[in-house]
Design a protein around this ligand. Structure first.
Ligand SMILES: Nc1ncnc2c1ncn2[C@@H]1O[C@H](COP(=O)(O)OP(=O)(O)OP(=O)(O)O)[C@@H](O)[C@H]1O
Length: 328
């Protein structure tokens, strides 16, 4: 009896070890919905993002709170608003990189771009099924999935309506639990109002860092209500499905300068960061608004890489005279 007990235990242990090994191998080859493939690390957002104090504060804390909540009642839904080039996609990407080892390439992330993914207005019914399936199958693979909707303001009303149940206070939808997922909605809506508030602060000589979330939230909600596509958005708002409206402020010249510096470091040209003449050339090749003060960059940091590359290409390669001496 003792022998059969020992044999049984040995078989059970080796079966356990086998399954454990199989699981580790699978996670090594593919991607698994747990550490080290999935886990929130928020350390690098602060020094990667310029001029967006509200974003840094709200986004990191909102995700931290949701991540560590043992029993969230609904998925976390963040709505990013602001002019082009202010960092909305960039922050969504940082969140993806800070959550998944494979970043945006993770199987647990869906990046949906309204105009690219759903271009044909006559195929809405088809798109609705496709979108629903994409969301369901992704969350089925991992309860920590992230869904990024770019150009949310261009998403047809019916499609916005189709995602509503996933954002709601349900414990399961078609057998899938969404309460630990994150939805990030990006749009340019409200960008004008955000710029207006930020400009007023600038013209009155107050630091933009004194601007608080409350100065923007009401306006962003009203904008989302009243504009085209507003009906479905208004339902999301009145049902309190959007947790935070996050304003991305228009970037000033000094922030764009930081973007130029970051790009030069990335290109291995840290030596040029303090080269005033070079950096000014890049900054002057961009447009600024409003006409009167030229306080903000019209394209944020968006065209910085291309403009910096252009100026880099104009610099003649450094040729050391000693090189010639050796060869002649
Ligand atoms: N606040 C910022 N701090 C640092 N880099 C930034 C910031 N904003 C933008 N960038 C840089 O500019 C690039 C373009 O920005 P991004 O694509 O995030 O803009 P966006 O707000 O999503 O614009 P759009 O509304 O046109 O989609 C980013 O990849 C990043 O390199």
């Amino acid at each position: 009896e003792l022998i059969s007990l020992l044999t049984g235990t040995a078989v059970a242990l080796s079966a356990g070890a086998f399954w454990g090994f199989r699981d580790r191998l699978r996670c090594h080859l593919y991607e698994c919905c747990h550490e080290p493939d999935v886990g929130f690390n928020h350390h690098n957002i602060a020094n990667m993002l310029f001029g967006q104090h509200l974003v840094k504060d709200v986004v990191v804390n909102a995700i931290k709170a949701h991540w560590h909540n043992e029993n969230p009642k609904k998925p976390l839904v963040l709505s990013f608003h602001g002019y082009t080039g202010s960092g909305k996609n960039y922050v969504a990407e940082i969140i993806a990189n800070n959550t998944f080892k494979q970043g945006l390439r993770s199987n647990f992330i869906q990046h949906i771009v309204a105009t690219n993914d759903f271009p044909d207005k006559n195929k809405i019914e088809e798109y609705k099924t496709e979108l629903r399936n994409r969301i369901l199958t992704t969350a089925q693979k991992c309860h920590r999935s992230i869904f990024i909707f770019d150009e949310t303001d261009k998403l047809p009303e019916q499609l916005l309506g189709a995602i509503k149940p996933f954002l709601d206070y349900y414990s399961k939808i078609s057998g899938v639990d969404f309460r630990r997922s994150i939805f990030i909605l990006l749009s340019n809506k409200g960008g004008g109002k955000i710029a207006e508030i930020t400009l007023k602060q600038y013209e009155n000589g107050y630091p933009r860092e004194q601007l608080r979330l409350e100065s923007f939230e009401r306006d962003l909600m009203n904008f989302s209500f009243n504009e085209k596509g507003g009906l479905q958005m208004s339902e999301l708002i009145s049902n309190h499905l959007i947790d935070h409206f996050i304003p991305f402020l228009p970037l000033q010249r000094e922030h764009v300068k930081s973007c130029v510096g970051a790009y030069l470091r990335k290109r291995g040209r840290a030596d040029l960061v303090s080269n005033v003449e070079f950096v000014e050339k890049v900054l002057n090749s961009l447009q600024y608004f409003p006409e009167s003060s030229k306080a903000f960059s019209s394209s944020g940091c968006k065209r910085v890489d291309a403009k910096t590359d252009l100026e880099l290409a104009k610099i003649r390669p450094l040729i050391h005279s000693s090189q010639f001496d050796d060869e002649l």
